[in-house]
Design a protein around this ligand. Structure first.
Ligand SMILES: [Zn+2]
Length: 361
């Protein structure tokens, strides 16, 4: 029963913490769509950017071999992170010296231009910190929108999963499973010996990037990061690192809505905190939320009373019926602009929230 209460309370926390909100507009910008480009040649060709000619013209080639766009782009995140689409998504270059694409066969490495720039910038900084390579997991599917399986968000090209692995993998292992390290002990309350300074640096380098709005990690990892941070001036960056379910073998970076994306729905900032101790306390609360503690005390008293009297069983059921239940999830509204985009591409519309049972953030 205690487990049931914990599960219910955890679900309630999830509903309360679900971090999305608000308001879309439409920039009405006319864009050249990838639907007008030739059908993609996907047979193992993840080694090139699929940046549109417009972008390529205004780009320069970096020493890593990537194309860094300057000035012009036509990709556009529309809607919010969990209900939206990616107009003219750009396929991430799989031929970087600084990062590798994990599971490229899944076709989930389409991104907004701001994500492409971020990956380039981030993976270089990570290399400067002595880390071999960044293993880039899912971003978005080609046109964004809901996945058939696996994610609630990742719909607009601004979310990326980074696997916990700091070594460059042989090409043959990029398409196989089990190449990320699990950093958390069974029970998910403490980190294990795989957690080290390299992962701390990977998280903090991301958190210091001004385009990064949130980073999701297991609460145990957030606690470990707080314990390793000694300078209070780092607290605003720690604030971006959000405790969340799962995220024991990857972390999830979310970029802010870029300036060119007028229909991208911004997320409310997390409630402010003012010290590393407060950050740590918040993460620890995931293991023992106060409402669960209060319910456990009430349940213990009711069970005690049950042992002593016949009326005890009704006391137990009233405690259970008062248990924290998850708030109903707000109905997701799929942006009309996305519906029109999908219609124009002849893509069947997937109902928002139809991502299947097993979900990653
Ligand atoms: Zn994710």
């Amino acid at each position: 029963m205690r487990l049931a209460l914990l599960v219910a309370a955890a679900a309630a926390v999830m509903a309360v913490s679900a971090p999305l909100s608000a308001q879309a507009g439409d920039n009405g910008r006319s864009v050249r769509t990838h639907s007008q480009a030739p059908a993609r040649n996907m047979a193992g060709t993840h080694a090139q950017h699929r940046i549109s000619p417009d972008v390529r013209q205004s780009s320069s080639r970096t020493s890593s071999g990537n194309v860094t766009p300057r000035g012009r782009y036509d990709s556009e995140p529309v809607g919010n992170y969990s209900s939206g689409c990616l107009v003219n998504g750009i396929q991430v270059n799989g031929d970087s010296h600084f990062y590798q694409l994990y599971h490229p066969q899944n076709q989930r490495h389409y991104a907004d231009i701001s994500m492409i720039s971020f990956l380039e910038r981030y993976s270089r900084k990570v290399r400067q910190a002595g880390i071999d390579s960044v293993l880039v997991g899912d971003i978005s599917s080609r046109y964004g929108g809901p996945f058939n399986k696996g994610h609630a968000s990742h719909q607009i090209g601004l979310d990326v999963d980074i696997e916990f692995n700091h070594r460059r993998l042989p090409q043959s292992r990029l398409t196989t499973k089990g190449n990320a390290q699990v950093l958390v002990n069974p029970g998910a309350q403490t980190v294990n010996s795989n957690f080290n300074r390299k992962y701390y640096d990977m998280l903090m380098i991301a958190a210091r990037d001004p385009e990064v709005e949130r980073i999701f990690v297991s609460p145990a990892i957030k606690v470990a990061v707080c314990d390793m941070t000694k300078d209070e001036r780092e607290q605003p960056f720690l604030r971006k690192i959000r405790p969340w379910y799962g995220h024991t073998e990857h972390f999830h970076i979310r970029l802010r809505c870029p300036d060119h994306a007028h229909s991208c729905v911004r997320q409310d900032p997390p409630e402010p905190k003012f010290s590393i101790a407060q950050e740590r306390e918040e993460a620890m609360s995931w293991f023992d939320p106060p409402q669960v503690r209060a319910q456990n005390v009430a349940l213990a008293a009711a069970l005690d009373s049950q042992r002593r009297s016949a009326s005890g069983s009704s006391a137990v059921s009233s405690v259970l019926s008062a248990a924290v239940k998850p708030d109903p999830k707000p109905r997701k509204v799929f942006p009309e602009r996305c519906s029109m985009y999908y219609q124009s591409l002849n893509i069947p519309m997937k109902a928002p929230g139809s991502q299947g049972k097993k979900r990653r953030r």
